[in-house]
Design a protein around this ligand. Sequence first.
Ligand code: LIP
Length: 294
Amino acid sequence: MTPRSLPALPDGVTVEELERLCIELASEAARFIREERPPRMGVAATKSTETDVVTVMDQRSEELLHRLIRQSRPDDGILGEEGADVTGTSGLTWVVDPIDGTVNYLYEIPAYAVSVAVVVGDTRSQGGWTPVAGAVADPCRRLVHHAGRGSGAWTSPEDPAEGVEPTRLSVSAEERLARTLLATGFGYAPDVRARQAEVLLRVLPLVRDIRRIGSAALDLVRVADGSVDAYAETGLNAWDLAAGWLVVEEAGGVVLGAGEGPGSAPGTALTVAAGPALVHQVRTLFVGPDGVTG
Ligand code: LIP
């Protein structure tokens, strides 16, 4: 897979500076959602369906990220899952998921993340944007997984004072579907879930096993560190995948969409991530002969 070249960056900012800022912001939001969770926290609102929930901490985490980004990079755009939508003038946009894996957070299942990415391009168009720096903070393990375009993918402690050196990430070398541990996920709409279940009927006998972790950002990190061999899901939004996309690519993996050209970029139609020898086999499981995804 030809590595994506680094697009021009504005105002002399460097990838290293953007990556460091992604780490700092994701870590601060991770500490916040871990340590400020109110007792007996419930559902604050629902979105696309009654199971697509928002908690007060999703909203407060995004408000925190929004404030920190405006302080550090006032000319950049911001796109957030809980409504942040700022058009910038710098050419850079921050794409944030303040709690990815909200249902797990609500049920206190330790599998949720804060995802913070900086992208160039038009986030409203499929294939029109690409991440240049990103961080996925895991509040439960007190770790931050991060990457800058061209600088590799790493896992660092959430607290730099621990003095632990970053660990470099590398995707699985698995090449056979029958030995593939595949992570996946499901949407919130019953009709979408029914279609995804039909795809799963076809896929399950062909792979080692599946894992449904409940956070796209953590699924992508697991591809990057090799703790799953591949990940595929339909229905994701930019904020679910922006940071994890870069972490996988910088760990030697490939992240694809459903089609060719602009459609080859990950997005709502399909997001597939794996090592180079496996990714196209996995995509074929999810894209039918007529090009329609599961
Ligand atoms: C979640 C994704 C996950 C998907 C869930 C949900 P949220 O994002 O990270 O991969 O399977 O249905 O969409 O809503 O928790 O930010």
